[in-house]
Design a protein around this ligand. Structure first.
Ligand code: ADE
Ligand code: ZN
Length: 343
């Protein structure tokens, strides 16, 4: 083992914050547009990719929702999911908890059964190839609380395929409390609960996600660090944060990865994880997020290994499976200390 980069590649990891539609690569946008006869405003893959320069979350979301219009059929969702699963396995991802946005498709007239059918078929194949996948449909927070409820009712016949529900899209002006009824109902259905909070929104939104929605994890959570009582709460309850370094850079949540709060989160004793968010738009899949944040913050071998361990402890896997992954990481840790003590 020669470098942090090699270590990152060798470590088994879970990815807990990835939007399936955010893994729609520009090349696939063109393939699906052609297949489905959908006109695009961009002359080529390069021109489309040149548009991926964002001033903030909303600027990105406008392009993200436009791009996903090419997703029309069960086969499209199968192809999208299969491409992400294959790419994740190249990064030694063993388990992924994957978001998708049902309302962004059903509101365009795509039947939910096509969306779920395509994704679930790909999940079954991924399992045979060694990647475990849990699915988390998200409510779009720029829509109403009632829309979220209606979406949940539509999702209920497919509930066996989901491990939880999430909350994403435009954060500012859309506090978690808007969705208390849908989250309550999801909990009654036995689902885990997660919510994006503190990406652009204030610490109060993280408090609401914890105290009003009763989430099991916070997605992003960067701005929680502005409130010391909130940090204490997250630490005391070991509420995991799914942090997305390259996303934060591309969406101007941080100006430079050297100023990213991830090391402060680790130092504060928070269960911090690294994730890719929307890799097709933000310039990198999981290992690239690990590499760039480790190099920018000069993370130690020990901290990188802790991040890989956290990815499993923060997951919704059964405890026995978590232990299995932690033991494998533990063996890497021991081998590493043996080889460095030889030097
Ligand atoms: N949907 C896809 N990516 C997102 C992000 N980073 N924040 C909120 N909603 C999203
Ligand atoms: Zn996200």
């Amino acid at each position: 083992m020669t470098s942090i980069d090699d270590l990152i590649s060798a470590l088994p990891k879970a990815e807990l914050h990835i939007h399936l539609e955010g893994s729609l690569e520009p090349e696939m946008v063109f393939v699906l547009a052609d297949r489905n006869g959908i006109p695009l405003d961009y002359a080529s893959v390069d021109v489309l990719q040149d548009a991926y320069s964002f001033s903030g979350l909303q600027d990105f979301l406008d392009i993200y929702y436009t791009g996903m219009r090419v997703l029309q059929t069960e086969r499209d969702f199968y192809d999208l999911a299969t491409a992400y699963f294959e790419r994740a396995m190249q990064d030694n991802v063993r388990h992924a908890e994957v978001f998708f946005d049902p309302q962004a498709h059903t509101d365009r007239g795509v039947p939910l059964a096509e969306v779920v059918g395509g994704i679930v078929a790909a999940v079954k194949e991924a399992a045979l190839a060694g990647l475990g996948v849990y699915l988390i449909p998200c409510f779009l927070r720029h829509l109403s609380g009632q829309d979220a409820m209606d979406s949940l009712v539509e999702l209920e016949p497919f509930v066996e395929h989901f491990c939880g529900v999430g909350l994403d899209s435009s954060e500012l002006g859309h506090p978690p409390s808007k969705f208390v009824a849908a989250f309550e109902r999801a909990r009654e259905l036995g689902l885990k609960l997660v919510a994006h909070a503190g990406e652009e929104g204030p610490p109060e939104y993280v408090w609401e996600a914890l105290d009003i929605l009763h989430v099991d994890r916070i997605d992003h959570g960067n701005r929680a660090l502005e409130d010391s009582a909130l940090v204490e709460r997250l630490r005391n309850h070991q509420v995991p944060l799914t942090v997305c370094p390259l996303s934060n850079l591309k969406l101007a949540v941080v100006d430079d990865l050297r100023f990213h709060p991830l090391k402060s989160m680790l130092d504060a004793g928070l269960v911090t994880t690294v994730n890719s968010d929307d890799p097709a738009y933000f310039g990198g899949y999981l290992n690239k997020n690990f590499r760039e944040i480790a190099n920018s913050l000069d993370l130690s071998v020990d901290e990188v290994i802790t991040l890989a361990e956290n990815s499993f402890t923060a997951s919704f896997l059964p405890e026995s499976e978590i232990q299995k992954h932690l033991e494998e990481i533990g063996r890497i840790r021991v081998n590493l200390s043996v080889s460095t003590s030889d030097l």
